[in-house]
Design a protein around this ligand. Structure first.
Ligand SMILES: [Zn+2]
Length: 88
């Protein structure tokens, strides 16, 4: 198998991979929801890399999540920069 075949096969697996579940809205975030063209073994020098995802889901307005993604494309940590204490 050459490198291109291996890359596209890994990419196909990644697209189907459940990366994490959003702690704010409960959305399931799959590999296909992330832009992996920005994250690859060739372009990232330091792992884990921080990837910011923006989405809205159900009744939740758009919010962001910082995903710390390691070299195996597993999410190590989810940070929620938008969460502030609620003021009523
Ligand atoms: Zn969410």
């Amino acid at each position: 198998m050459n490198n291109n075949q291996r890359d596209s096969e890994q990419r196909a697996i990644l697209m189907r991979k459940l990366m994490t579940i959003c702690p704010i809205c409960g959305k399931l975030i799959f590999g296909r929801d992330l832009d992996f063209s920005k994250i690859s073994q060739g372009t990232v020098d330091h792992w884990p890399v921080c990837y910011r995802d923006h989405h809205s889901h159900k009744n939740f307005p758009v919010h962001s999540l910082d995903l710390l993604i390691d070299a195996n494309f597993s999410v190590r940590e989810v940070v929620t920069p938008d969460i502030k204490p609620k003021t009523l």
